[in-house]
Design a protein around this ligand. Structure first.
Ligand code: GRF
Length: 218
């Protein structure tokens, strides 16, 4: 077996995606180690999840810095000391500057609660309902300077029900997220998914739409 992929997970809040990753590592389904969980919010509940799993935590509080660039620089120095192979944004609610993103190009992934490229940005569940969409979902993608726009690794979809509200929809999308985030990391760890020069490869071929779609009961 290859050595576990070294992760740093960045959070700002609840950390349920972090928890899903921890659970899969602990159950032996994901060959990875979380070297550190970094939060920009000192009271993020996800920090407790990390502590409970004996994972190192660090806080880089954006309020301690007077510019985005200064915060990003401090965050970069913190991450680079840890030398992770993959940076996992898991509900990290900060827009990252171009130099930061470029420094980690191909080594940083994000999860977004929509079927990208649809519904970039915030409040996706309500916006999906307001638009009368028949389906919704979640997407894991590599991070590039344009927000919520990087090449897609994995996506999962669910139908929107006629009695859905934003809370119900968010809960079902979260369930999807907890499957596709660990699965994406698993594919990267196994070099099944590779990012090169802006393109995602799946088993050495440019990834196709079908390969990006997470299938239930597969
Ligand atoms: C998720 O919906 C994720 O898609 C978005 O932020 C939320 C984080 O949730 N980027 P959690 O903190 O992992 O519970």
């Amino acid at each position: 077996m290859t050595s576990p992929i070294k992760l740093v997970v960045l959070i700002s809040g609840n950390g349920s995606n972090l928890q899903a990753i921890i659970d899969e590592i602990e159950s032996g389904q994901l060959n990875a180690t979380i070297e550190c969980v970094i939060s920009n919010r000192p009271n993020a509940p996800g920090l407790q999840r990390a502590a409970k799993a004996n994972i190192k935590t660090q806080i880089v509080d954006h309020q301690d810095y007077n510019s985005r660039e200064a915060f990003d620089q401090a965050l970069m120095e913190t991450i680079d000391q840890i030398k992770p192979e993959l940076i996992v944004l898991a509900g990290f609610m900060r827009i990252l500057s171009d130099p930061f993103v470029k420094h980690y190009i191909g080594r940083m992934i994000n999860i977004h609660p929509s079927l990208l490229p649809k519904y970039q940005g915030l409040n996706t569940h309500q916006r999906v309902l307001d638009a009368g969409e028949s389906e919704h979902g979640a997407t894991v993608h590599y991070v590039i300077p344009e927000l919520d726009s990087g090449p897609i690794i994995l996506q999962a979809r669910i139908p929107v029900h006629s009695d859905d509200d934003a809370t119900k929809l968010a809960a079902r999308v979260h369930e999807l997220e907890h499957k596709i985030y660990p699965e994406s990391i698993r594919r990267i760890a196994a070099s099944q998914v590779v990012f090169s020069k802006g393109v995602v490869y799946f088993n050495e071929q440019p990834i196709s739409f079908g390969q990006q779609q997470y299938k239930w009961n597969q």
